[in-house]
Structure formats: structure tokens, C-alpha cells
Design a protein. Structure first.
Length: 344
């Protein structure tokens, strides 16, 4: 059977169409397969990148932690040393330079503690040795006063100078002994239930002549001014605290010193206020440091040893309380407040 030209053309056209369809189908399949492969490859690359980022982040964290943590430990310990706080040994076991540095730091702290103990023991011994001759000198002056019926002006002047100097030395050695006991952990209290007004009034009454001599009006709670506030305290040591604070206030006051006792729910507050020049804000951070005397303090008021407020702080903290200087809200003078727990 012969096939005509038209038929042949039709057949060729159909074959060509089938071929084109087949090719298009294969191309689409190939393109889809390529897209799927590309998607899988992209996901794998993203997964690898993400995994790398996570691993890198953890690596950086652990490396940084291994470097920063020992540095933080050393910085914290150094800060405690600078503040004078008790320092625990730095325990770094990294097997590198940080462990060597920590070992040297621990040796330095141990040496400092040894030297501090030697200093405390020496000062404790010296103050005890000084007490006897100073007491003898003070007693001799008193005897001389009693044996001379009517000392002339020059004799009275010199006897007064010797007596004041001996009293000042006795006060200084007593402060040094207390300070050494506080620093060496040998300071002990004999607490008993006591009305806080008793040591407050006793301290103020003993300083009343000094205040009167300086023309200072000393105000403090009278016997019937307030109900009793019973605390578990060492009365003698608390009287020492009030005496130091009131003596300082009298030294700086212009005309008045006021002592107040405030009863609060959980604590008792003892305020000592004066109307003197006040405390410079630059002196506040170091006000209770031993031997520190304010830069703004007038020269005539620098006769103290610089130990009184440090001893006050130690005694108050031994009772579980706090002491601080506060602002008088624009008014002249200084405020000191002692806070004592009511259940100790």
C-alpha cells in the first residue's frame, strides 16, 4: 500500500510531536530532579553551616569561660584583699599559666596574713608594756597633786600638762589594744539583757563636763523620757561606742550635740547629731578606717588617734549591728546612727 505524501507528512508530524512531548517530559523530569538535588544540597550546606556555627559558638563559649573564669576569680580575690576582707585561697586547676598565677597569689596572701599576725602580736605586746609605765606616771601626778597644798601657777600648769598627756596615752593604748583584739579575733563580749538607755546615759553623763567646758549643750534621753528598750548587749562596750561617738561630736560641734534613742519594730537606733562643719562626702567611704582622719578636718581637731570610729564599727558589728554617717538634709553638722538588732 502506497502512502501518500500528505499521509507521510502527517505521520512525520505526529512522530515529531511525540518526540517533542517525550523530550519535554524528560527535560521536566530532569529539571525536577536537578531542583530536588539542589534543594538537598542546599539543605545539607545550611545544616553544615548551622552545625559549624553551633560548634564554633560552643567552642568560643568554653574557651572564653576557661579564660575568663580564672581571671574573674583572681579579680574578685584581689578586690577582697584591697577591702581588707578575709580572703579564701584561689583554687584554679587549669594546668596552665592561670594555675601558676593563682599559686603565686595564694602565697602572697599567706605571707600577708603572716605579716599581719606579726604586726598584731607586736602591737599587742607593745601596748601592754606601755600600760604599766603610763599608769605609774598618771598615778604619780595624782599623788603630787595631793602632796602639794597650794601649787603655784607654773606647778599647776605643768602638772596639768603631764596629767593630760598621761590620760591621752592611756586612751591611745586602750584603743590600740581593742583594735588589735578586733583584728586578731580575740575580742569577746559579755552580753546580757540591758536597757539601752543605761549605757547611753552613762556615756553622756561622763562627757557632760567636757561639753560644758567647751560651751556645748549636750542633750540626751532623761530617765523618764522613754520606756526601756531591752537588748542583749555588752553594756560596757556599748557605753564605749556611745562615748566615742559623743566625744567626736563634742569636738566638732558649734553649740549643740543631741543623742536620741529610737525604738523600731526590729531594731533600735541610736542617733548622735552635732551642728559642726559636717562630714565631707569624699571622707564618707573611709570614715571608719583605722587611723583615717578627714582631709577637711580643721587642724585643731586632729588631735585624736584616728582609731575611735574604727573601734566603734568593730564593736557594733560584733553585736550584729551597723553604724554609718548620714546626711543631715542640707543642715550643718554630722549624723551618726547605730542600728542594733532587738533580738540578738
Amino acid at each position: 500500500m502506497e502512502i501518500g505524501i500528505d499521509d507521510q507528512r502527517e505521520i512525520d508530524s505526529k512522530l515529531n510531536e511525540q518526540i517533542r512531548v517525550k523530550i519535554r517530559s524528560n527535560l521536566v523530569s530532569a529539571e525536577q530532579a536537578a531542583h530536588r538535588t539542589a534543594d538537598r544540597t542546599e539543605r545539607r550546606i545550611l545544616a553544615l553551616i548551622l552545625g559549624g556555627v553551633i560548634v564554633g559558638a560552643f567552642s568560643v563559649y568554653f574557651i572564653t569561660r576557661s579564660v575568663v573564669r580564672p581571671i574573674d576569680q583572681l579579680v574578685s580575690a584581689t578586690d577582697r584583699v584591697n577591702r581588707g576582707d578575709p580572703v579564701q585561697r584561689v583554687d584554679i586547676r587549669s594546668g596552665d599559666e592561670f594555675e601558676i598565677l593563682a599559686s603565686h597569689f595564694n602565697q602572697m596572701v599567706a605571707e600577708r596574713e603572716r605579716l599581719d599576725k606579726m604586726k598584731s602580736d607586736f602591737m599587742f605586746m607593745v601596748t601592754h608594756e606601755l600600760n604599766s609605765p603610763i599608769a605609774v606616771a598618771a598615778g604619780a601626778v595624782d599623788l603630787l597633786k595631793g602632796t602639794i597644798d597650794a601649787p603655784n601657777e607654773k606647778q599647776a600648769k605643768y602638772l596639768g600638762m603631764i596629767h593630760r598627756s598621761a590620760a591621752r596615752l592611756q586612751h591611745l593604748t586602750a584603743d590600740l589594744v581593742d583594735l588589735m583584739k578586733l583584728e586578731g579575733g580575740r575580742f569577746s563580749l559579755r552580753p546580757q539583757l540591758t536597757d539601752i538607755h543605761e549605757p547611753v546615759r552613762s556615756a553622756c553623763q561622763s562627757l557632760a563636763p567636757t561639753a560644758e567646758e567647751r560651751g556645748i549643750r549636750l542633750q540626751y534621753p532623761s530617765v523618764d523620757a522613754a520606756p526601756g528598750i531591752v537588748l542583749n548587749i555588752d553594756s560596757d562596750r556599748m557605753e564605749q561606742v556611745i562615748t566615742n561617738l559623743v566625744r567626736n561630736a563634742i569636738r566638732f560641734a558649734a553649740s549643740k550635740v543631741e543623742v536620741r534613742v529610737v525604738d523600731e519594730e526590729r531594731e533600735c537606733l541610736i542617733w548622735v547629731e552635732d551642728d559642726g562643719p559636717g562630714v565631707d562626702e569624699n571622707d564618707l567611704p573611709k570614715l571608719f578606717d583605722k587611723f583615717y582622719r578627714g582631709k577637711q578636718m580643721p587642724d585643731q581637731n586632729k588631735s585624736g588617734s584616728g582609731l575611735g570610729l574604727s573601734i566603734v564599727k568593730g564593736i557594733v558589728e560584733s553585736h550584729g549591728g551597723t553604724v554609718q554617717a548620714t546626711d543631715r538634709g542640707g543642715r550643718p553638722g554630722a549624723n551618726f546612727v547605730v542600728r542594733l538588732p532587738k533580738h540578738g
